[in-house]
Design a protein around this ligand. Sequence first.
Ligand code: LLP
Length: 415
Amino acid sequence: MSQFTYRDNLLYAEEVSCSKLADAYGTPCYVYSKAAIQHSYQAYASALQHWPTRICYAVKANSNLAILSLLAQLGAGFDVVSGGELERVIRAGGDAGKVVFSGVAKRADEIRRALLAGIYCFNIESREELERVESIAKEMGIPARVSLRVNPDVNPSTHPYISTGLKENKFGVEIDQAWELYQRIAQSRDLHAAGIDCHIGSQLLDLAPFQACFEKLFELVDRLHGCGIALQHVDVGGGLGIAYTHRESAPGPQEFAKVLAPFMQDRQLELIVEPGRALVGAAGLLLCRVEYLKHTAQKNFALVDAAMNDLLRPSLYSAWHGISAVYKEAGDEMLYDVVGPVCESSDWLGSQRSLCIKQGSLLAIHDVGAYGFVMASNYNSRMRPAEILVDGDQAWLVRKRESIEQLFADEIIPG
Ligand code: LLP
């Protein structure tokens, strides 16, 4: 059930009208629903309750401290991919002991900090990285729990930019190499083989690639078990998609659990999942205002005050996001390309959208809770937008709009 609904033709986020939010905080701004995040977290937790499970939220999807704090309160662990993300988790009150550290090129200082913080596990992506973690663990006298990220060579059938489980991708180690590296870990005094992991891609709408991946992953788990290497957990990554259009349908955590069940059954393993988009994607809107309507011989353009720097997904992946008028006026709709002020033709948010709008109308861009603000930049010296968290009839400003001062506060003119 969506937490963004129309009442008397006006869009609400939970109990708060989106036009009031735009008036109070200005546009463009991201608006998140607390109830939507709670709901999707609980749906995941209940679908996986048959097994000892840790949900490690993928921080990269939305790393605002308020969102991390909310997920920490719900009991989540975290999947981080940088020292910065780890610091965010700690600052938000998350438990470092529930953190898995993913990412292909962890720096020595990041590894040191993670060991000191006492993270649960490093998801290792190469022999070279394993060697680095081992030598730092030895030097610090803190043994490191590790998991090898296996690259199962499975096609996730998603956008090529977000496919990660094919052998031509930079991610993970091949199954045969993983086997070899586990023997090596077993010999080390500074490493402990805590688990195994994989993540084959993002925005998967079909469960078959997960099935293919689990077959390879669990076969390796059994082989390792057979030679005395008993892993504590299996981390199956994130990747479950959401339906961005009415034509799409996304499998929910229950269906995902059904695919997992035969693999988890009769194996004494803990389960880790790393969902990002499925927890927060549908929980966010981007509100923006129409600055001008421009009609050319070819097209009608709605020029809005949000742009590719605020929401990159359409420009980068040709991603489709629903766009609706915050106030639904009576009148004829027209087809518009919804575009921003950035000086590139790739700066578009939606093309050929049927809308009844005028100059000054507010628009809502839907399903931007994941990979929205986190991918925003200052391109064209635009200030990044404000972020607001709605809880019932309350709205909290959880990140102020950037100011002109912040824009160049760290720049230095020499001399
Ligand atoms: N675990 C690992 C190791 C990952 O690399 C990712 C996402 C996740 C978990 C979470 O995946 P999710 O459940 O959100 O699909 N910017 C792109 C998505 C990039 C995803 C990168 N890795 C987008 O806007 O679609």
